[in-house]
Design a protein around this ligand. Structure first.
Ligand SMILES: Cc1cc2nc3c(=O)[nH]c(=O)nc-3n(C[C@H](O)[C@H](O)[C@H](O)COP(=O)(O)OP(=O)(O)OC[C@H]3O[C@@H](n4cnc5c(N)ncnc54)[C@H](O)[C@@H]3O)c2cc1C
Length: 418
């Protein structure tokens, strides 16, 4: 069986590794000169920044991605965060558990009951119009601290400031089940580099600088910009649903389907890379920032991978879910926040690089809580355009890959979907 994979992002490479290990004749076609897409390292002024992610897995070594990596025998080390999170509020940083003190007795009882219900699978109805933050207010009460925390969590985890209630509940369920985040030793590249190695070691080919410009689903063939033609039995597209529809040709899809595809919205954001002189500041954790205008949270990847920072420095990465298309104004807000968090920044370090992710290069091609299946036979969409409910970032990509593998008869992942 011939499998062609378009795109070498983490979704494409996870799938290519399983297909190659299961005897498929695999070819990965990647338009960029490097593999990994938005999940690889980017060397910059002696620091190991990244093309996208924060060198972090939302559920660390116990989540769905780590499970797939174990099944593949990937040589990757993920170090769970401890504590799972901290909070920046009232100008101070504290352990997330201390946040309970901002809730009244009644609110604490309601919040505890809500968490228990979610854990037991008692979830709100799937209504895309029902705001997650409003649902929390209804359940716990109109508490400013709780709302700021949920907003910051969603900004960090989903790069949007609200998601439908059903999605939020599933993301909380996933966090209760698999725990909090973990940093990847060596950064994002340690995973995508290892997956490319596994694909090739299992007989697959990973070809860079090869852009696919056409998919012919009738002849089961893809065409590249330099005129190569490849036939497939199975086609895996890692480039997004909209983009895959365009390569096949909109005339192959009915109007209703195109309407649903066109209505899919991405999540967009800004990442700020900060170098600070001296010792680590927060350790292996995420700080959710509640006292900020734009920034939602930050981490310190160099704590488990010192080589990601120049000697004598620590690397801090901060995230800001984009709230408008006025990127300059958004960045100004973000920079003000950075000085609020690190008031002595000018003496202690510098903002190394600001990376903005929008339009064709977003944080997630499809923001949390939206889902459209792909209707063309033998064509499977993987990656951040296909994340089952509750699947945060690359954990969602892993859940989507599990579904794809099940459809191909390559395993059963029951019990994994939140
Ligand atoms: C600022 C930021 C922070 C994030 N932080 C985290 C985090 O800490 N943890 C986490 O889990 N996730 C995080 N994410 C999300 C995560 O990085 C992405 O969801 C994930 O990397 C997307 O992977 P993918 O496989 O879907 O797509 P991509 O990585 O985009 O891969 C698609 C590949 O397809 C190639 N391609 C496109 N078109 C063609 C074509 N026509 N022919 C051939 N190749 C083509 C592209 O070059 C690319 O390499 C973050 C994202 C951003 C932007």
């Amino acid at each position: 069986m011939r499998a062609v994979i378009i795109g070498s992002g983490i979704g494409g490479l996870l799938t290519s590794s399983f297909l190659a290990k299961n005897g498929y004749e695999v070819t990965v076609l990647e338009k960029a000169p490097y593999v990994g897409g938005r999940f690889t390292n980017l060397d910059y002024k002696g620091f190991g920044l990244s093309t996208g992610a924060f060198h972090m897995l939302p559920h660390g070594e116990d989540g769905p991605l780590a499970h797939l990596l174990k099944l593949l025998g990937a040589d990757v080390t993920i170090v769970n965060s401890n504590p799972k999170g901290m909070i920046f509020y009232g100008g101070k940083i504290f352990h997330y558990r201390e946040g309970w003190k901002y809730l009244s007795w009644k609110e604490r009882v309601r919040a505890t009951k809500l968490l228990l219900d979610i854990k037991r699978g008692k979830l709100p109805v799937d209504d895309p119009e029902m705001s997650g933050r409003e649902w929390i207010k209804e359940k716990i009460g109109d508490n400013e601290f709780v709302d700021l925390f949920i907003k910051s969590f969603l900004g960090w985890a989903d790069s949007v400031l609200d998601v439908p209630a059903g999605e939020l509940a599933r993301e909380i369920k996933a966090a209760l089940k698999w725990g909090g985040p973990g940093l990847i030793k060596g950064g994002c590249k340690a995973i995508t580099g290892e997956l490319a190695r596994i694909t090739e070691e299992s007989g697959g080919k990973v070809i860079t600088r090869k852009k696919v410009v056409e998919i012919d689903p009738d002849d089961k063939r893809v065409v590249t910009s330099d005129g190569d033609e490849l036939n497939y039995d199975v086609l895996v597209s890692n480039i997004g649903i909209k983009e895959t529809v365009e390569l096949i040709g909109r005339e192959h899809f009915d109007r209703d389907y195109l309407k649903r595809v066109d209505s899919l919205r991405p999540s967009e954001g800004i990442k700020y890379n900060v170098a600070l002189k001296g010792e680590p500041r927060i350790g292996n954790t995420v700080v959710f920032t509640l006292d900020t205008e734009g920034i939602n949270g930050y981490n310190e990847p160099s704590i488990v991978s010192p080589e990601l920072a120049k000697d004598g420095y620590t690397l801090i990465m901060l995230h800001h879910a984009l709230q408008s298309k006025n990127v300059k104004a958004e960045q100004r807000k973000g920079i003000e926040d950075i000085y609020r968090i690190f008031p002595n920044l000018d003496e202690e370090g510098e903002i190394l690089l600001i990376q903005t992710y929008l339009d064709g290069n977003p944080v997630n091609r499809v923001a949390g809580g939206q889902r459209v299946e792909f209707p063309v036979r033998d064509v499977y969409v993987v990656g951040d355009a296909y994340r089952p409910p509750g699947g945060i970032e690359v954990e969602g990509i892993a859940l989507g890959v599990m579904k794809t593998l099940e459809r191909l008869g390559l395993g059963s992942f029951e019990g994994w979907y939140p």
